[in-house]
Design a protein around this ligand. Structure first.
Ligand code: 0L1
Ligand code: MG
Length: 262
């Protein structure tokens, strides 16, 4: 760590205020170029603590930047990890108010729900498959607090990996007999396909992203709990949305989900 606790608290407040007050900020490494990975996750933890102190609850976790398309879009090479709060959830087919967001984008994802907790280190694709209860299609809405989505990895980790909303489909698909790598994914905006891919885009198998997330949390003394929503990462590049847009996602053998921006 290079930052003292007062700076962690100040930066967490700065980033969270930009979310709550719906305005963008410049990336924090401009002012703190020497901050390290532990500082970045400590700021993210402090944002989580602030939300929990106000009564919000953690409902899940996410891996981000897990596909080649997303890494290329963002110019980075490493996955990042964040948390999901209860107020991020959108009902299937529900609405998202763009007035509460800065510059939202959507990503098609496969979400996992576990029947057993997963405790890293040492988790691998097999542990994830054995612990999974079911999978569901998910659209993640991301909304970087940084101007024009311009950030580096440490700044985006501190910003809880741009997390803001997500919707999941209602059909619970068991893993038996499915090859997640070959599942076709089509996301449409206003009836037009805007993102097309397959599960293998995420680290060759989305369960690998979940294993990496469990190992990340394990290093920090946390686990992936049973019943939580786990977003395994965008399968394609993120697509910008605005008020009036309707976004739907269909994943082969898994059903669909959708949301509308108002
Ligand atoms: O869920 C994601 O992949 C987002 C990671 C953070 C980078 C971004 O804002 O795209
Ligand atoms: Mg994502």
């Amino acid at each position: 760590m290079t930052l003292d606790q007062a700076s962690i608290i100040k930066l967490a407040e700065h980033i969270e205020n930009s979310e709550l007050e719906v305005h963008d900020i410049t990336k924090i490494t401009d002012d703190y170029p020497d901050m390290d990975w532990d500082d970045a996750y400590a700021i993210q933890d402090e944002i989580r603590r602030r939300k929990q102190a106000r009564g919000a609850r953690v409902v899940g976790f996410k891996a981000g930047l897990t596909s080649f398309a997303k890494m290329k879009q963002m110019g980075v090479e490493t996955p990042v990890f964040g948390f999901l709060m209860d107020y991020f959830t959108v009902a299937d087919g529900g609405e998202v108010a763009t007035s509460a967001l800065i510059h939202p984008k959507v990503e098609p994802e496969i979400a996992f729900v576990l029947k057993h907790p997963l405790q890293g280190p040492g988790c691998h694709i097999g542990s994830v498959l054995a612990a999974t209860d079911f999978i569901v299609p998910a659209i993640e809405v991301i909304d970087s607090r940084y101007r024009d989505f311009k950030f580096d990895l440490k700044s985006v980790i501190a910003d809880n990996c741009s997390s803001t909303r997500f919707v999941i489909g209602a059909s619970m698909t068991p893993l038996a007999g499915l090859d997640l790598r070959t599942l076709g994914v089509v996301m449409e905006k206003n009836g037009q396909p805007v993102a097309i891919g397959a599960g293998a885009a995420v680290l060759n198998h989305p369960a690998t992203a979940v294993a990496e997330l469990a190992n990340h949390l394990g290093k920090r003394g946390e686990c992936l709990p049973a019943g939580a929503v786990i977003l395994s990462g965008g399968i394609t590049e993120a697509v910008a949305v605005a008020a009036g847009d309707h976004v739907s996602l269909r994943i082969q053998s898994m059903g669909s989900t959708s949301l509308r921006f108002i």
